[in-house]
Ligand binder design. Structure first.
Ligand code: DAK
Length: 261
């Protein structure tokens, strides 16, 4: 598939970098862009050698400034329903990828852009990042999961404040409230993202996938059922060659050579 609205690179083996590439519209998400992101998600999901997906925006101003307002302005109720469903499916698929998905938020991260970042496993932000759910300014509400993922991340009180005021949150506040895991100078964000991806790619690949599965599936269960899930996944790790190699390498005081099996 040739992409018109995104760039897809593999800067290093196992590391995918998806860049939303509509800088003239501050990388706003139109339906075509959502389709292309969905295609990338399918590609990464099918690649057994994939280790990490990084998601960012083109240019220096924006990660993604929202769903495309120009495209949405005149849509019918049926089209609004279809657009929201398409966006929801893309966000769910991204979140469900078996490997870690990390947003590199390099500027405005608003509306559907904030929802895209929230569907990633965690966020690294530049010092120029600004997060927000300004949909109420437009007379609508988030349509790609923002009313659900933001409260799960920040708690209902903080999320409701942001969802009802549309207030923008700058990088330092995003770090303080746990929206972003780390903040870096804008010029360093990509390198820091790659460094993080590289460090994850060096770990036991099956173990990393099992960890993500445990956290994601466990988050929807009660504590004791979730801990039983962890037991199952823990035991599954002992069916792998990588567990044997990882422990042997530790005892032999050498770096492990993981085979992803
Ligand atoms: N959509 C389309 N174009 C956008 C855009 C957006 N979200 N954001 C910016 N642009 C375009 C601008 O129109 C402008 O285009 P030209 O005039 O140059 O052709 C260009 O990007 C540069 O923007 P500005 O000139 O405005 O740049 P500034 O630096 O002055 O301001 C800004 C930057 C980010 C503060 C400003 O652009 C802004 O406020 N943008 C809109 C932010 C926003 O409201 N985002 C939320 C969008 S609503 C649903 C499905 C999905 C959703 C909801 C419901 N269902 C179907 C139920 C999600 C909704 C949203 O995300």
């Amino acid at each position: 598939m040739t992409f018109q609205n995104i760039l897809l690179e593999q800067p290093e083996p196992g590391i995918y970098l998806l860049t939303v590439n509509r800088p003239k519209a501050l990388n706003a998400l139109n339906a075509a862009t959502l389709d292309e992101i969905a295609a990338v998600v399918r590609k990464v999901a099918a690649d057994d050698a994939a280790r990490v997906l990084l998601v960012t925006g083109a240019g220096e101003k924006a990660f993604v400034a929202g769903a495309d307002i120009a495209e949405m302005r005149d849509i019918t109720i049926e089209q609004a329903q279809a657009f929201s469903e398409k966006g929801m499916q893309v966000m769910h698929a991204l979140e469900s990828l078996p490997v870690p998905v990390i947003a590199l938020v390099n500027g405005y991260c608003l509306g559907g852009g904030c929802e895209l970042a929230l569907a990633c496993d965690w966020i690294l932000a530049s010092d120029t990042a600004a997060f927000g759910q300004p949909e109420v300014n437009l007379g609508i509400l988030p349509g790609f999961g923002g009313t659900q993922r933001l409260p799960r991340k920040l708690g209902p009180a903080r999320a409701l404040e942001l969802l009802t005021t549309g207030r923008q949150v700058k990088a330092d506040e995003a770090l303080r409230v746990g929206l972003a895991n780390h903040v870096y100078p804008a010029a360093e964000l990509r390198a820091q993202g790659l460094e993080l991806a590289r460090s994850i790619a060096a770990k036991g690949p099956v173990a990393v996938r099992l960890v993500k599965q445990a956290v994601q599936r466990g988050g929807n269960l009660d504590l004791y059922t979730a801990c039983a899930l962890e037991t199952d996944l823990f035991a599954r790790a002992f069916t792998t060659q990588d567990q044997k190699e990882g422990m042997r390498a530790f005892l032999e005081k050498r770096p492990a050579k993981f085979q992803n099996r």
